[in-house]
Design a protein around this ligand. Structure first.
Ligand code: DAT
Ligand code: MG
Length: 142
């Protein structure tokens, strides 16, 4: 099998709550390699590109607002099957539904929040990964 690369974001809620190290620990414990890693503040432009598929949905503007609310960490990870594999580590989108053992299941919160603050993003396909890696790490090959 091919060695995949996936784009991971540790969102502003994860940064604020001091969960960056915990998420990176789980990625490394799984056996994935960190290829690139950066703490950054997302521009509106980056977020609009990153979440283009959700433009027009009711949660789109609150989502971009939330993603702009503080620093986040962007990472490129590498490993066999890491695109579906990281999605599995992350768990279901809604932290209330995410299985225990997953990042969102163990650590995520969505009560009383306008946008689900689910700690992480992971690419959902090889095409998404290639597109997203270019947005966050323009210099790196996907
Ligand atoms: P995922 O992040 O699991 O790939 P997605 O691509 O469907 O999920 O949505 C992107 C983000 O938008 C998600 O992580 C949290 C937010 N979101 C999705 N559906 C939502 C909803 N129904 N209400 C509020 N926020 C939502
Ligand atoms: Mg998605």
């Amino acid at each position: 099998t091919e060695i995949d690369r996936s784009l991971v974001l540790i969102k502003p809620d994860g940064y604020r709550r001091g969960l960056t190290g915990e998420v990176l620990r789980r990625i490394e414990a799984k056996g994935y390699t960190l290829v690139a890693l950066q703490v950054t503040s997302a521009t509106r432009e980056q977020l609009a590109q990153h979440y283009a598929e959700h433009e027009g949905k009711p949660f789109y503007e609150p989502l971009l607002e939330f993603m702009s609310s503080g620093p986040l960490t962007a990472a490129v990870i590498e490993g066999h099957g890491c695109i579906p594999g990281f999605r599995s580590l992350a768990g279901a989108t809604n932290p209330t539904e995410a299985a225990p053992g997953s990042i969102r299941g163990d650590l995520g919160r969505d009560w009383g929040l306008a946008v689900q603050q689910n700690i992480v993003h992971g690419s959902d396909s090889p095409e998404s990964a290639a597109r997203e890696i270019t947005i966050w790490f323009p210099g790196i090959a996907s």
